[in-house]
Design a protein around this ligand. Structure first.
Ligand code: PDD
Length: 283
């Protein structure tokens, strides 16, 4: 088993991979990305990830020289070569290499990076005991639907969470609306209803979010894509966040406020099990 890098057709180790300091991803954060979870050698929801990648490309006025089929093939080949069964595939496409100038030439050729790595260890206690999150003012831009590699605000928010001994930071707008977390979507369960922010420019259209909603609905849970505010968040019976790597994570504390009875509730557990069944059935 070996963690591997694909860079514009070259394949090798992380240590040996080289890219120009004029890469616009490096200079401007001018690029897009995807993170795909691989379970037992099979990438999960590849079609969804590649569709979102194409949407992100279109949103930043980047035309991709590769089809979704080609991208899937490059990633699959790298995965097979790595021999890793529980993996994370990272795909990054930067605008390309050019002398530093904010504006970009239309003919610039994108740089394609794909990596295959082992999934990081996740402590089982995260699921059995739940985690703490902190609130942060929503200081990101208005294009959160783009999976952009310009992640400075997420980096700052997540780092503040880590310093506070928390697993995530959740963004709250000036009017109190809760959008999402620094690298995950957030859900609340109250009054027999599951709520998560609707898909628009304020959140990333999470793929785990999509399948969690599907799993919840097939369990007969009333799941709605509607905004909720920080008061609703603190008063919720259950809170959890979702993402491709950690899947479904119960939240038991927001800042200094205990959620529900301070332990992961039955609904989050039921939903996580439902999600696992759904992804094992192959999407
Ligand atoms: N983060 N919201 C944001 C801002 C994210 O960065 C992510 C994913 C999600 C969840 O999306 P999905 O379920 O498709 O993974 C929501 C990835 C994993 C990352 O940046 O590493």
């Amino acid at each position: 088993m070996q963690e591997l890098v694909y860079l514009n057709g070259w394949i090798g180790s992380f240590e040996d991979s080289l890219i120009s300091v004029n890469d616009r991803g490096y200079n401007f954060g001018d690029g897009i990305y995807e993170v795909i979870r691989v379970y037992n050698g099979v990438p999960f929801a590849v079609a969804d990830h590649l569709e979102r990648l194409e949407n992100s490309a279109a949103a930043i006025e980047m035309s991709l020289p590769w089809s979704k089929t080609q991208l899937a093939m490059f990633a699959e080949d790298l995965l097979v070569q790595s021999g890793i069964r529980e993996a994370m595939i990272y795909i990054q496409i930067s605008r390309g290499t050019a002398h530093r100038d904010h504006h970009f030439a239309p003919q610039i050729k994108p740089n394609l990076l794909i990596t295959v790595r082992q999934v990081p260890d996740i402590a089982p206690a995260m699921y059995t005991d739940g985690v703490k999150i902190i609130t942060q003012p929503e200081f990101r831009w208005q294009l959160c639907h783009i999976k952009s590699i310009s992640l400075l605000s997420s980096v700052l928010a997540k780092n503040r969470a880590a310093k506070a001994g928390a697993a995530e930071a959740v963004f709250v707008m000036d009017d109190g609306t809760v959008t999402e977390c620094s690298a995950s979507n957030i859900f609340i369960y109250s009054n027999n209803t599951l709520l998560t922010h609707p898909v628009n420019n304020r959140i990333l259209n999470g793929i785990t979010r999509k399948y969690v909603l599907q799993a919840a609905r097939s369990l007969g849970i009333n799941a709605r894509e509607e905004t909720f505010n920080v008061t609703d968040l603190l008063a919720a019976n259950e809170v959890f966040f979702t993402g491709s790597v950690a899947e479904v994570v119960p939240v038991i504390k927001v800042d200094d406020h205990i959620i529900g009875s301070g332990v992961p509730g039955p609904v989050v557990r039921q939903i996580h099990t439902g999600f696992t069944t759904l992804r094992n059935s192959g999407v």
